[in-house]
Design a protein around this ligand. Structure first.
Ligand SMILES: *Cc1c(COP(=O)(O)O)cnc(C)c1O
Length: 463
């Protein structure tokens, strides 16, 4: 499989060449040259595999420049860190199935991709003798998942900036208790926006970036999207088997469009009718909800909510879907994205809206609706949702049909104990593994919101 840019201006890359890339050089996103459509025999074959075998078989469609044994070893190592053998179990709760994506080390779905990516990075770096320094800013989830992805890995150091005393206690503990030599938690005296601005400025210093081989670890990375495809196949097969059906709908709490885009690709590979629709669920940051329902992709201001990992206006993976929506036409994609960059809005006519709605249905949840969904779902089923998963469940309730719906559970409720306890009306009991974090030694550096101070720090600690 070769890889191309959504904007058409990149020489084709092999899989390995995409692994350390963010944006394509022409500003587009990297996508596979062709998405394979699977035959009924291929689908049947995939249906009987373990999670790890399934991952290997799905990846084989997209990777042809790594030996199978090597890939298998990386996959096995990546999912050993999960607390369940099934990696992403599917459980029934009330009318819905819940796909639990939170059994990895940081109790949220980003582990599924980042555990794999960390091992992949290490392998490819050993092969080439190169070293990298990962730099990123986090408001909570992504940072800790990235840290756990690369902790203790050779030839990699990671520097994660987060706003000091402005992330939840559990989130700070998950980062600060990782004391590996190659992990640097930088608690910045400022806001998340300050952290992001510092990281952006440092990446813009091209000489510094080259000298320290700075690498981002963001949600547009192709290998991350690919790793997320596996659990859609996995849940599809489990639920079809249990229900004796061939059609399933997924409800996906969405921010950057990375998770649901993986679902979109799986839907194409299975031949669309097996997953008749994907439910795109947003919180009050609803640009994607407006896109699906009204063809209105116009930028709003980001509003902080109780489902913070979805507080996003510009969805960084959106361009990948746009490419397919516009008939896989790189020129049209480029023009649309350039128009969005200058006008901060794209509008789609009725015909396009109908086309979008063949793929997606979309609903949004307000803060009150998130709280009341957690409460009523617990009363009805005994299952406790986290505030992100609740956004997806609220949407699933609205679109309930004869076809079974799988709601993606993107985080464990214990990651957001304040919100969940408030919704339930009683104190949420934390899992032992999370309680233990409070006893562990911590390692972090408090730094002022200063580009030069962060640079100095990186200079002394970089690999
Ligand atoms: C990142 C995240 C999301 C959003 O996923 P996208 O791929 O950005 O759409 C949803 N829930 C949780 C808990 C997350 O960490």
């Amino acid at each position: 499989m070769k890889y191309i840019s959504t904007r058409g201006g990149m020489e084709k890359l092999s899989f390995k060449q995409t692994v350390f890339e963010g944006l394509a050089p022409d500003g587009g996103l990297i996508i596979p040259e062709k998405v394979p459509t699977l035959s009924p025999e291929e689908i049947k074959h995939l249906s009987s595999l373990s999670y790890q075998e399934l991952a290997l078989n799905v990846f084989r469609y997209f990777i042809d420049d790594m030996p199978e044994e090597e890939l298998k070893e990386i996959i096995d190592r990546s999912y050993q860190t999960f607390r369940t053998k099934e990696v992403t179990p599917v459980v029934k709760a009330g009318d819905f199935y819940i796909l639990e994506l939170f059994h990895g080390p940081t109790w949220a779905f980003k582990d599924v991709a980042l555990q794999f990516l960390g091992n992949l990075f290490e392998k490819l770096l050993l092969e080439t003798g190169k070293k990298i320094n990962i730099l990123g800013a986090t408001s909570g989830d992504t940072g800790s998942a990235a840290i756990y992805g690369v902790r203790g890995k050779k030839n990699i150091a990671i520097f994660i900036l987060y706003p000091y005393k402005r992330v939840s206690e559990v989130q700070a503990l998950m980062m600060n208790t990782v004391t590996d030599e190659n992990v640097f938690n930088l608690a910045i005296e400022g806001t998340f926006d300050d952290c992001q601005a510092i990281v952006k400025k440092i990446f813009m210093d091209l000489e510094f970036k080259r000298k320290y081989r700075l690498t981002a670890i963001n949600s547009i990375n192709w290998a991350r999207v690919m790793a997320q495809m596996v659990y859609y196949f996995w849940a599809y097969f489990r639920v079809c088997e249990k229900e004796g059906v061939e059609k399933i709908i997924f409800s996906v709490p969405t921010g950057n469009f990375g998770d649901i885009f993986a679902g979109y690709l799986v839907r194409r590979m299975l031949g669309n009718e097996r997953i008749p629709k994907l439910i795109l669920a947003t919180n009050e940051n609803d640009i994607l909800y407006r896109f699906v329902n009204f063809g209105d992709y116009s930028l709003g201001t980001v509003k902080p909510t109780i489902s913070p990992s979805m507080d996003i206006q510009v969805a960084s993976n959106f361009e990948r879907y746009l490419y397919y929506l516009l008939g896989e036409d790189p020129e049209k994609t480029k023009q649309a994205m350039e128009r969005f960059a200058s006008e901060k809005a794209l509008r789609f006519d009725q015909e396009m809206i109908e086309r979008i709605q063949q793929d997606f249905m979309s609903d949004r949840a307000t803060e009150e609706e998130i709280l009341s969904t957690i409460k009523t779902f617990y009363q009805e089923t005994g299952y406790i949702l986290d505030p992100h998963t609740a956004v997806g469940v609220k949407a699933a309730k609205r679109f309930k049909e004869d076809i079974p719906i799988v709601c993606l559970a993107t985080a464990h409720p214990a990651k957001f104990p304040e919100t969940v306890s408030k919704a339930l009306g009683f104190e949420l009991d934390l899992p032992l593994e999370i309680k233990k974090l409070y006893q562990l030694p911590q390692k972090y550096e408090v730094l002022p919101a200063s580009i030069s101070k962060v640079k100095e720090f990186i200079e002394t600690k970089a690999v």
